[in-house]
Design a protein around this ligand. Structure first.
Ligand code: GAL
Length: 436
């Protein structure tokens, strides 16, 4: 399996754990053995809590539906434990991540939180904020359940730190079928020129902004898709591990192509979350939106059925992946309850309950496609054969610091449209954050 070669946010990053973090991880194991694995008699090692606060940004629509599925399964699996919803709304964790950072800093972590496999998870591991759960992987048989490539993205120095709930795909365009039919569009575009020609056709029907988009991170997603088209999957992946220079002329081309695409988008983009942009598609005010496949679940949850999808034009068979995973934070109140949550997340029943309503595909390899809606069945098939590349907007490719720098560079570009300035800002961010 190819899976993402980006480990720990950079070339060889996965093995570059600091000595301090390694020592912290050892201390953490000692703490865990002392308390977290206790019997129900000692009730989780001290706090006596039977509440499991689950911190996510899944507050609404398809995201909430997925979480609800998991919670239901948790109720079945973990008698005596109670789910407490710690969700902070805002797409891609735009608000949740800063709330989480301050709670971790203050030493008041939730019992578990959502973290993207790859570089984002490595941030928490290297900061010594999450526990090693390798022993639980053995106990729960999870090493055999997940693809090795995914396990590599959860591992630092041979230790595993989280349980993946899913695999999402980022490089998907969602469409309003009626808007496209009205414009006489009958085929999916396979390259940028074809896409732009179709955007023109929709525009000619009086739809001023045929391509709906939201603020910074959603713009970063669109830009990453354009980069995949213009650079190809190998060079794109190289942008995140130091093998590809951000000053490459192909990056300049991608920025110019992205600038062209922005001319077809809504001018209020910087004020919108992804669901606001999605509403433009649902309301027929736009024909297209580039978004991760949580959109399939959200459109279903909102009972909008007149949609279709295609891979971003020019991406070929590239599957830009990301994975939500759950951790046991250091200092969690109820480690025993959290472990039961994690076990549910990794179980076949938990993955089915979650992914059938979240738009993602199960991280486990033993799922039956027939149990899933049409979109996920297609994604499962693609996942097996496609070229896999990671996502910076959703933490599999880049650290949180790098992601923040990229988001603000995109935000500035949205206003100023200054091509050299964006390229320079992205090259500077790479030189600051890439792990060689
Ligand atoms: C991603 C997350 C997805 C989905 C999306 C939109 O970062 O991995 O599960 O929630 O944000 O909020």
């Amino acid at each position: 399996m190819i899976f993402s070669p980006v480990k720990g946010g950079g070339r060889g990053g996965r093995t570059r754990i600091t000595r301090r973090a390694a020592v912290a991880a050892v201390g953490v194991v000692a703490l865990l053995t002392a308390g977290a694995c206790g019997s129900s008699d000692d009730n989780g090692g001290g706090s006596g809590s039977t509440k499991v606060e689950v911190f996510t940004w899944w507050a609404d629509g398809g995201e909430k539906a997925g979480l609800d599925g998991l919670v239901k399964q948790f109720g079945t699996d973990c008698a005596g434990q109670t789910f407490e919803n710690g969700a902070v709304a805002g797409g891609a964790g735009a608000n949740a991540k800063s709330v989480l950072a301050s709670r971790l800093q203050q030493g008041t972590p939730p019992d578990t939180f959502q973290a993207h496999a790859g570089a984002e998870l490595s941030d928490y591991i290297l900061a010594g904020q999450v526990e090693d759960i390798s022993a639980d992987y053995d106990a729960w048989g999870l090493k055999q359940a997940f693809p090795q490539g995914l396990i590599d993205n959860l591992t630092v120095e041979g230790k595993i730190y989280s349980v993946p709930a899913n695999i999402h795909r980022a490089n998907v365009v969602w469409t309003n079928k009626k808007v496209l039919a009205d414009a006489g569009i009958t085929k999916d575009p396979t390259d940028l020129a074809g896409f732009i020609a179709d955007l023109e056709k929709v525009k000619a029907k009086g739809i001023k902004a045929p391509l709906a988009i939201g603020k910074d991170w959603t713009q970063l997603m669109l830009f990453e898709s354009v980069l995949i088209t213009d650079l190809g999957p190998e060079k794109f992946t190289g942008l995140w591990n130091g093998a590809t220079d951000w000053n490459d002329p192909l990056v300049t081309k991608a920025i110019n192509d992205f600038k062209t695409l922005l001319t077809y988008t809504n001018t209020d983009r910087d004020a919108l979350d992804w669901t606001d942009a999605e509403k433009l598609v649902m309301d027929g005010k736009a024909g297209y939106q580039l978004m991760g496949d949580w959109e399939a679940a959200d459109l279903d949850a909102k009972k909008f059925t007149d949609y279709a999808w295609f891979t971003f034009p020019g991406n070929g068979d590239t599957f830009q992946w990301l994975a939500d995973s759950f951790v046991l934070p250091k200092g969690a109140n109820n480690p025993e309850g959290t472990k039961c949550w994690l076990k549910t997340v990794g179980s076949a029943a938990g993955q089915k309950a979650f992914n059938t309503t979240k738009g993602s595909i199960p991280a486990r390899t033993d799922a039956a496609p027939a149990d899933y809606p049409k979109y996920q069945q297609a994604a499962m098939a693609d996942w097996k054969s496609a070229k896999q590349v990671p996502s910076c907007a959703h933490g599999s490719a880049c650290s949180q610091g790098w992601q923040g720098a990229a988001n603000s560079a995109l935000g500035a570009f949205s206003t100023k449209q200054d091509v050299p300035a964006l390229q320079k800002a992205l090259a500077t961010a790479a030189s600051q954050f890439v792990k060689k």
